[in-house]
Design a protein around this ligand. Sequence first.
Ligand code: AMP
Length: 578
Amino acid sequence: MLPPDFESLGIADSVLKAVKQLGYEQPSPIQAQSIPILLNGENLLGVAQTGTGKTGAFALPLLSRLNSDQKTPQVLVLTPTRELAIQVAEAFQTYARHLKKFHVLPIYGGQDMSTQLRGLKRGAQVIVGTPGRILDHIRRRSLVLNQLNALVLDEADEMLRMGFIDDVETILAETPDACQRALFSATMPPTIRRVVKKYLGDAKEVSIVSKTKTVERITQFYLTVKGHQKMEALTRILEVEEFDGMLIFVRTKSATLEVAEKLAARGFSAAALNGDLSQILRERTVNRLKKGQVDIVVATDVAARGLDVERISHVINYDIPYDNEAYVHRIGRTGRAGRDGKAILFVAPKESRLLYSIEKSTNQKITLMRLPTGDQVSGQRIQQFQERVLQSLNAKDLERFKGILHKLCEDNAISISDIAAGLASQLQQERPLFPDMPSLDTTFNDRQTHAKPNRSRPERSEKFKKRVDSGKNRSSNSGIAMVTYRIEVGKNQGVMPKDIVGAIASESGIEGQNIGRIKLHDEHSTVELPEGMPNDIFQHLKHKVRVKQQPMRLSLDGPGGPAKESAGKRRPKNSPNL
Ligand code: AMP
């Protein structure tokens, strides 16, 4: 059965227009299942992770039901981190671009209170925020939820892990009884189940089921790469991989064109294949691929459905698929007719959960692939250059060229190799033999960082986190050496351990489980954090991060009260990397 299209799901025309402009070809599985339920006003429990299109799954129907005349908050989305709050608010803004007088407001800890108060006063139909700060506004009465129509808990298991669950429950209790509720979570620990039972009642449950499939003839690799670096990574792979035909999967119709055009501009023979093209044009493109008139086809899932071309030796998942079935279908386009195939999956740091779930469902390991280095690209180009030169020796009229060149040597007292080098450099102007490759950030390109995925944490914490995450016993701190830090907030400021865990986890990227013992004193507290914290994280926590509206002012705990920055240097074993 074909999946439904956006038109048949019943979302409002203005929202549909935005979706079309974004180039979304079809709803992702979680969207196809969730949108009708939410449009119908029912409660929803969605078991899905980041990268499945879950933001659209709730934003599209809730925007469709918005009352544009009502200025007070109608939809509240709770997220575990400020990065996710911003991301979700941006998604709402994008999907609502044709809605008149629409306002969405992100609200999170660490941001200036007066900006938020101004925003709330101006009025916003959709509020997206982290639980602690949302609760602060509810208590100040700057956020009133009595007209709320819908509440979404996004990444509920992350909120639980970061110690926000009490705040979430307090907020849930503040929402009107008739308010529609949706909860999304990648996993379903018992506490979340309890919250669902208590506050979501007879919610309809949707989940991205994973069927086990095996794809033996295909070797599978993944590469962790950030969105804006994908094209550079792809180009390098294309330069060094030996492939016959290649299929590259992207998520949107516009991306098929964009990627194919960029590849063509870089000298590769590439064409786009998407649902906007007529049947005839699509068949023509597939035929060109079959005949070797084009080597690379950039396609969406819909356009490549059932594609059977023997010479496809490689499938590249430029954008990760929404679910395991789509993955299996995609990579099954290679390894046809008894041949071997290779599949390469690009995974953005925040999509690591999907990688795990794909591995589980295919019962196969996906191996980490190292991005080709500048030297490898250079080596490949030199080899191709040599082949090209040797081939050119078969050309006609070589004797006459030799005559010209010998004269050039004599007239200018230069050697024939000088001339050859000059010509070679000119020939390779577009593809230099010794290219200056931009450095790509692959510090997170390691399975350890996938072991416990964390959403878009600040870049500076990646290396540190990688090391911390790879501690022997990750569920407790026993495998990681810890250092005691002091913060200038304590019982008198009403601070609780979960506030400290929440602030540190969301601002530093250190997982809540890697934050050690916390002791509360009257005017300060101490907290154990993994050894070797990089200076930029330390400085950030010291100068920028607040707990309960108070600057945290992190310092090393030592004799004589708050440590000076240099204190770290005196304690080589325990110090942060200052
Ligand atoms: P999410 O799981 O909500 O974080 O979404 C992951 C990514 O998929 C985002 O970049 C969305 O813009 C994109 N996306 C969501 N729904 C669709 C769709 N139906 N078609 C293509 N891309 C989509």
